[in-house]
Design a protein around this ligand. Structure first.
Ligand code: IMP
Ligand code: MG
Length: 173
């Protein structure tokens, strides 16, 4: 265990099981469709690659990097698009793949943006939902785990760009 991770909140096994379950639900909802899956960099990268491998639905991949945080742990109030999509989402079914929803600001802005670009549908799958901290009205269609209000790292999630490589989700000391 990493020296500054106080506790393992979700083990590799728990994550694997939850990802498989959510994949089955997504497959049954998207039968006959060819959605675009958007990996929201960088935090979603582990979840995205594990989830995609478990889906039967033919998915297109695209990547986006947005920021509403900087390096602090407080929301800054604006969404910056650091890296944009290469795909035109007009008329397409879009599945946003998120690591964590906190205040909901990032996701609300992202959904607005994709809606303005003419996506036929925009759904959200998130690994984690810190529902107690919600300030903006976003509800993910698919959620693997609702978690308490703790700062978590690992499986893609960082604290000041560290800990992303941990295979589990841990709570920082
Ligand atoms: P929101 O806009 O307040 O919903 O914040 C969402 C973003 O904040 C996520 O995509 C993460 O980048 C970051 N974030 C929120 N909580 C945590 C956490 O516990 N650990 C790591 N990153 C977090
Ligand atoms: Mg994120």
């Amino acid at each position: 265990m990493h020296e500054t991770v106080e506790k393992i909140l979700l083990s590799e096994e728990q994550i694997e099981e939850a990802v498989e379950k959510i994949a089955r639900r997504i497959d049954s909802d998207y039968t006959g469709k060819e959605p675009i899956a958007i990996c929201v960099l960088k935090g979603s990268v582990m979840f995205f690659s594990d989830l995609m491998r478990r889906l039967q639905t033919p998915m297109q991949f695209d990547f986006m990097a947005v920021s509403s945080y900087g390096n602090s742990s407080e929301s800054s109030g604006t969404l910056k698009v650091m890296t944009d999509l290469r795909t035109d989402v007009k008329g397409r079914d879009v599945l946003i793949v998120e690591d964590i929803i906190d205040s909901g600001f990032t996701l609300m802005k992202l959904k607005e943006l994709l809606g303005k670009r003419g996506a036929a549908s925009v759904k959200v799958v998130t690994l984690l939902d810190k529902w107690e901290r919600r300030e903006y009205p976003v509800i993910p269609e698919y959620c693997c785990f609702q978690i308490p209000d703790e700062f978590v790292v690992g499986y893609g999630l960082d604290y000041a760009e560290k800990f992303r490589q941990l295979p589990y989700i841990g709570i920082l000391r």
